[in-house]
Design a protein around this ligand. Structure first.
Ligand code: HEC
Length: 103
């Protein structure tokens, strides 16, 4: 195999293995300020009613949002509504941002 076909194979694999968009924490901060801080607080630490989401891993965060979006999590209608407005890129950006906030 020459170098070119190795490169072609690597990029094909990258496509197959799916979303390579890593999420932009700075963009996530802007989105959080617009849509999340009213309930979860500027620091993401929440309060008695709203969960603390600062410092969640990208995987846990993404799983939670996906569950609100697909209706698996139905405990809070307002949170579900907020999640349903998010695109996959929004979720990636927000996940990157909240993962960096201290718990
Ligand atoms: C109207 C208030 C409200 C808004 C706006 C809101 N949330 Fe929530 N969120 C909640 C509540 C209440 C819960 C806990 C609900 C539950 O137990 O299922 C929650 C739970 C979560 C969880 C799950 C936490 C866990 O421990 O599993 C995540 C992640 C989350 N919110 C992220 C966000 C993001 C990101 C935004 C902005 C796009 C947002 N929320 C906007 C009220 C809100």
């Amino acid at each position: 195999m020459n170098k070119l076909s190795i490169l072609a194979l690597a990029s094909a694999l990258a496509l197959i293995t799916g979303p390579s968009y890593a999420g932009d924490a700075a963009a996530g901060k802007t989105k959080a300020e617009a849509a999340c801080v009213d309930c979860h607080g500027d620091d993401g630490k929440g309060d008695d009613e709203n969960s603390a989401i600062a410092g969640m891993s990208v995987a846990d965060f993404t799983k939670a949002i996906t569950e609100y979006q697909n209706g698996t999590r139905t405990k809070d209608a307002k949170m579900a509504k907020a999640a349903k407005k998010l695109t996959p890129a929004d979720v990636a950006d927000l996940a990157a941002y909240y993962a960096k906030l201290p718990k």
